[in-house]
Design a protein around this ligand. Structure first.
Ligand SMILES: Cc1cc2nc3c(=O)[nH]c(=O)nc-3n(C[C@H](O)[C@H](O)[C@H](O)COP(=O)(O)OP(=O)(O)OC[C@H]3O[C@@H](n4cnc5c(N)ncnc54)[C@H](O)[C@@H]3O)c2cc1C
Length: 434
């Protein structure tokens, strides 16, 4: 933990030496920080999600003279936040769609609709699927997560795409799951398989169960949700369970890992899941597989044996490859959860670090945040918020600055949380995509 033992001045000195002593050394520049020449102000960002698009936009806000290439294959990005609301019938896919026009036209980010396939950290080049090669002085890698397809026998990427969606990357997967819910006969079970830690948005499987239960209550009243969990507990558990008792009595069944939730195998042909406690048949099955850092990070040596990318907590520079900063879900950022808010604040922080580095300034100590709203039913939401400091030893939670909806919250307070979720979404979308 930092703060009390490390003064602001000492901290800033640490940031500077951490940055200067790493990659700029490799570039043959003196290890002391100095302003980069205009030719040495090229940043390439891989991934236009919450982390990458934020970093690209904030770099341009901080210093328009920095050249920023943003590589993202999707012309339209659908947010995972609020994609569960789509499953509940409360939002449309259009409501959660964002494009890159504002980033390009108003902020001057060069948006390149392509996929990065390899990184050469020595010559500082990124190769794209379409054949282009982009040179960089600093690279930001923000590819989100990839799925461990081999973790559940019987499950595969092919099955996810055709029959048993994960819907954990919003877009066609969300639409597939939504269509299956609409098409299912009343009276069946919707099974959600929830992954072990660490994974993207720890509350999302349980918000999803809530939103599907809402949809079933309205349209398929004889149907239920079963959550098969690889864990024995989950975030905001008491708040979720209280909400489920109030809004969906008997409709959501949660089975912990030790209580029969651990999945042994899956048979897509018969829509059957086997656990050590027996078989369960689903009318609709949603498997959220275990995860690791996005493929480009893993394939290019930015992740370690944990599957996640270790970074210098002060600069987000990879501890495995100099000159490359990794942000968002892909990093080993514990105790920070993998959330859109966390990725957004990390994008802001890394933009500041790089702009300061180019301009020979010291970076102020930065505070990171994670804020996660979960809608249990229309007009009924709960939230958890935490703030984090970047310290030389790692990310540290500000213990006195954690808040969670109270179990005693009134209906008015729960309704206010649902409204706050809507304004959170508007504000963060604007900060990420302009
Ligand atoms: C159902 C669900 C609900 C959620 N709800 C919330 C919520 O309410 N609040 C919250 O804070 N968080 C929420 N999250 C979490 C949030 O979506 C993620 O934490 C956030 O998207 C992480 O941002 P990121 O930039 O790391 O990755 P992403 O947002 O996934 O962006 C990664 C981008 O990189 C691109 N990419 C990948 N590889 C390459 C490559 N090789 N070349 C170029 N581009 C590439 C991808 O196309 C993608 O656009 C939710 C998640 C889920 C699944």
């Amino acid at each position: 933990m930092m703060s009390s033992s490390l003064s602001r001045r000492a901290f800033n000195k640490f940031v500077l030496s951490a940055v200067a002593g790493s990659a700029f050394g490799l570039m043959g520049l003196p290890s002391r920080v100095m302003s980069a020449s205009p030719a040495a102000r090229r940043v390439v960002v891989i991934g236009g999600g919450f982390g990458g698009a934020t970093a690209a936009r904030h770099l341009k806000l901080l210093d328009p003279s920095i050249s920023v290439d943003l590589v993202e294959p999707k012309a339209v990005y659908h947010t995972c936040p609020f994609s569960n609301w789509v499953l509940g019938g409360l939002k449309t896919m259009n409501d959660i769609a964002h494009d890159y026009k504002v980033l390009q036209q108003r902020y001057g980010v060069h948006v390149i609709a392509d996929m990065a396939v390899s990184i050469d950290p020595v010559s500082r080049k990124v190769r794209l699927k379409g054949g282009r090669v982009l040179a960089y002085d600093r690279l930001i890698v923000a590819p989100g997560v990839d799925f461990r397809w081999d973790a559940i026998p019987g499950y595969s990427q092919k099955i996810a795409e055709s029959a048993i969606p994960h819907a954990y990357e919003a877009g066609p997967q969300t639409t597939l799951l939504q269509r299956q819910l609409v098409a299912m006969k009343d009276g069946g079970s919707v099974i959600i398989v929830s992954p072990p830690n660490q994974f993207r948005c720890p509350a999302a499987p349980y918000e999803r169960a809530s939103m599907i239960a809402w949809y079933l209550r309205e349209h398929k009243p004889k149907s239920k949700v079963i959550i098969l969990d690889a864990k024995d507990g989950f975030t905001k558990q008491d708040l979720f369970m209280q909400g489920w008792d109030r809004k969906y009595p008997g409709r959501i069944e949660w089975r912990s890992a030790s209580g029969g939730g651990k999945v042994d195998r899956l048979d897509a042909a018969t829509m059957t899941i086997s656990t050590e406690f027996g078989d369960e048949k689903g009318a609709v099955i949603n498997v959220i597989p275990p995860q690791r850092a996005g493929k480009i990070a893993v394939d290019n040596g930015l992740a370690d044996a944990s599957g996640w990318c270790p970074v210098n907590p002060l600069t987000f520079e990879s501890t495995l490859h100099a000159g490359i900063h990794v942000i968002g879900d892909a990093i080993q950022g514990s105790p920070m959860p993998k959330s859109g808010t966390a990725a957004n604040t990390q994008g802001q922080a890394v933009a500041r670090v790089i702009a300061d580095l180019f301009n020979g300034r010291s970076s102020p100590a930065q505070r990171l945040e994670s804020l996660c709203y979960s809608l249990i039913a229309p007009g009924y939401a709960v939230s958890v918020r935490g703030t984090y400091q970047l310290t030389p030893l790692g990310f540290a939670e500000n213990r006195g600055d954690i808040s969670m909806t109270s179990m005693e919250a009134s209906p008015e307070q729960l309704a206010a949380e649902a409204n706050l979720a809507l304004s959170w979404y508007r504000q963060i979308s604007e900060d990420v995509w302009g």
